[in-house]
Unconditional design. Structure first.
Length: 51
């Protein structure tokens, strides 16, 4: 668990990269995309990375 390959939702302004990110893990399948999408890192993922 921890840092993973980035993913994002087409409906969110951020990307995710931490396995414990609740927001990132709740993206609907049809909106899920691999990669950063050119977006900024999610604050929740940043917080998990500091723990």
């Amino acid at each position: 668990m921890g840092i993973k390959n980035p993913w994002h939702s087409v409906k969110q302004p951020v990307y995710h990269n931490h396995s414990e990110c609740n927001t990132g893990n709740n993206i609907e399948k049809e909106n899920w995309r691999s990669g950063t999408g050119g977006k900024r890192l999610c604050d929740e993922c940043k917080d998990w990375a500091r723990k």
